[in-house]
Design a protein around this ligand. Sequence first.
Ligand SMILES: [Zn+2]
Length: 430
Amino acid sequence: MLQPQRPVRMDSGRFEDLPRIARRFLAYAEMDTASDPSSGASPSTRRQLAFAQILAIELREAGAEDVRVSNAGVVTATIPASPGAEDRPVMGLLAHMDTSPEAPSDRILPRVADFTGEPLRLDEAGERVLSIETHPELARHQGERLIVTDGRTLLGADDKAGVAVLVELAAHLADRPETPHAKIRLAFTPDEEIGRGTDHLPLEEFGADYAYTFDGGEVGELETENFHAAEARIVFRGVNTHPGAAKGRMKNALRMAGDFIGSLPKKESPEETEGRDGFYHPTRIEGSVAEARLELIIRDFDRPSFEARKRAVMALAEALNAVHGEGSVTADVRDQYANMKEGLEAFGPVVELAREALRRAGLELREPPVRGGTDGAMLTAKGLPTPNLFAGGLYFHSVFECLPIPSLEAAFAAALELARGSAELKAVRG
Ligand SMILES: [Zn+2]
């Protein structure tokens, strides 16, 4: 098993006393696997490929079979069914190996600290401090050991925590062949953070009948619902003249764009919504008098209201055309991903198995709507029902990212109960 190279402990305990899954996580977290949206390659960065190779060694050592690394950097492996469970539907488990490019990731130095409830200084200078005051979720983790950063980089619990859970599961089941479970297929995908996580996972070859991602989230979370998402590109075409002789002739594309944005309901913006509320969100604008381009995203949980929002954007463009002349404004609206709730409806037993696994692991079940997309949503849309389970970390994509060790252990307990439950699952539809 890969060992952490630069273990630093802020508490007085010995490194060897940490649970094996925590040591596994520390070793993985030290490796920089940030993805890069500006790269067209798959995977987007060489460092992910290097990590994929190490992961393959780890999986073989853990007793997994049929371990493969594809050219695109996707690692797949099999945990064969326990005797008697060979005819059960095949369960897929996924985690993503890349970390976010939105925060620094060079020379990640994870540290272990006892969190007493007092503010925790991450860096020497004390400029980066984790405290309940600024990070209220930490109140639930008083008295726990946390894995934190040194205040310079992200930690990468998103999603190395998920990676550690799946490798640990392979090792655990290989050591305890008496544990009943169906055939399990594991997949570790690159480039999730840049929206390409499932692009190179051939579902046919993967061969799972249903799956779960372990990604993000607080203890006990099960995600079965996410946004419907669309993006709109709107082009405003004006007529430019010398401003001194513009009367009755000039049409200013910038003013049209301004009117367009001004007509969007302000209350239906990300800034003013939460929970199950949808929104319109202008994300980018550029242009001049002659032409302006606006990018806008549309989000909603509810299908009819999502469709209505798309129509409203088209209607706004039409209304401006009525004023400024046909062809002044064109809107191109495209779907990005769908709420997996729709796709999961036919797969009740798959969702129920996850709920039952969390209960059996002794966790308090929470099912918050995800105000974003997940790899599982993409897979569900492609026909592989894939809810998401928590992996235990907090404050992703920032230098305050941390991972309470009991949360990581809880995610592993949930994965083990999923495996056990898979031996009892006879059909995925119902
Ligand atoms: Zn993630």
